[in-house]
Every structure is written in C-alpha cells, then in structure tokens.
Design a binder for this molecule. Structure first.
Ligand SMILES: O=P(O)(O)OC[C@H]1O[C@H](OP(=O)(O)OP(=O)(O)O)[C@H](O)[C@@H]1O
Ligand SMILES: O=c1cc[nH]c(=O)[nH]1
Ligand SMILES: [Mg+2]
Length: 208
C-alpha cells in the first residue's frame, strides 16, 4: 500500500482550524469540505483520461477529458458524508455509494448498518472518504465490503490518522492507496486520536 502524507500549508492550516474546540458546526462542515477538495486534487492526480474531439473557434483537435463516469465516492457514514461534496466539486459526474458503520463505544469494534454501492463497482476508481482513521477497524471493514462487492481500484482519504490506523489498514489491504491530511501522535485509552479533533461525526452534524 502507498501512503501519501499531505504537506500543503493550506491543508495544515485548515486542519488546525478543525482541531479548535471553538470551531462551530457550520464552520467545521465547510472546512472539512474544503480539505476534501485539496486532498482530492492530490488523490485524483492519476485519474484516467480519454481523448475527445473538440472544436475550438480555431480548429478541431483531440484533447483529454476525465473519464468521470468511472469514479465512485464512498463515504463511511456519518462523518465521511462531510467530504463527499468536496470530491463532487472536482468530479461532478462521480457516483456516490454509502457504507454505514459505527464504532461500539466499549469495544471500539465497527458495526455495519448500511451498504449501497454504485453499479459496475469493479470497473470504477473508488475513493473511500472518512475524516478519521483511528484504530483502523472501520476503514478495514469498509474496504472489506467494497472488495466483497467486486471493488478493486481503491483509494482511501482521511483527514487525520493515528499511526495505529495506518498500520492496521496497510496490513489488511496492502493494495490500496492511502491519503492522510495529518498523521497524529497516538490513540488514547478510548481509541480517540490525540491531539485529534474529537468526534468528527458529532462536530459535523452538531450531535453529542
Ligand atoms: O478507525 P476507527 O477506530 O474505526 O475509528 C474511526 C471511525 O470512527 C468515526 O466514526 P463513528 O463510529 O464515530 O461514527 P459516526 O461517523 O457516525 O460518528 C470515524 O468517522 C470513523 O468512521
Ligand atoms: O478521534 C476520533 C476517533 C474516532 N472517531 C472520531 O471521530 N474521532
Ligand atoms: Mg462519530
């Protein structure tokens, strides 16, 4: 598995804004979307293109366009929803799948409650989005589901990751590409990322 750690100062600045406990729901949601655009720009740099005939006011020529019909964005509910519009801003024709997972508060094990993926998933580049990669349990389970349904070309984008989550995902799925906005220090005893930003789902949706 390849892991790309983001270095762009705009991404770092926006992640710092997310961390602040004074950042409210509305602002938090907007910044998550902005980071998804910036990370998506990087993660989609190898998207396949096809040549199409274009007539400019001067002449006709063959020019590249994104083979957008081949892209699927798959958020891990709930928090991953916050990143979807960022990817759609870059590739509006992408299809969107959903995987519903929540972590058991005691065991920290992921539990599935929903899975719906676009058709022809085996032919698509799939971008799985979830702002937080903590133990890696949710990410590993999500990629397991996608592979069971035939998905093969998988990219995973997380805004903040713990070293434990990166290791777990690399071990379980060495064939995927991982994009990380910032690698934080460690997990605490409740499997929250330190320093992290708290519970991303709660901060995006204003729940407790
Ligand atoms: O790497 P892990 O240890 O599995 O933790 C990461 C998961 O935890 C959070 O979801 P949560 O269970 O809080 O659900 P939510 O998005 O509905 O709040 C987060 O959005 C990830 O999906
Ligand atoms: O720190 C963490 C860990 C898991 N999920 C979150 O939303 N935050
Ligand atoms: Mg949550």
């Amino acid at each position: 598995m390849s892991v790309a750690y983001m270095t762009h100062p705009l991404i770092k600045h926006k992640i710092t804004m997310l961390r602040k406990e004074t950042t409210g729901t509305n602002e938090f949601r907007k910044i998550v979307e902005e980071i998804a655009i910036l990370m998506g720009y990087e993660a989609l740099s190898d998207l396949p293109t096809r040549d199409v005939l274009v007539k400019s006011p001067i002449e006709e020529s063959m020019q590249p366009e994104i083979d957008g019909k081949k892209l699927a964005v798959v958020p891990i509910l709930r928090a991953g929803l916050g990143m979807v519009n960022g990817i759609l801003a870059l590739v509006p024709s992408a299809k969107v799948g959903h995987i519903g997972l929540y972590r058991d508060p005691e065991t920290h094990e992921p539990h599935e409650y929903y899975c719906k993926l676009p058709e022809n998933i085996d032919e698509r580049t799939i971008v799985v989005v979830d702002p937080m990669l903590a133990t890696g349990g949710s990410a590993v389970a999500a990629v397991d589901f996608i592979k069971q349904k035939g998905g093969r070309k998988i990219k995973f984008m997380s805004i903040i990751a713990a070293p434990e989550g990166v290791s777990a995902l690399m071990k379980a799925h060495p064939d995927i590409q991982l994009y990380v906005g910032n690698l934080d220090r460690q997990l605490n005893e409740n499997a929250y990322i330190c320093p992290g930003l708290g519970d991303a789902g709660d901060r995006i949706f204003g729940t407790q």
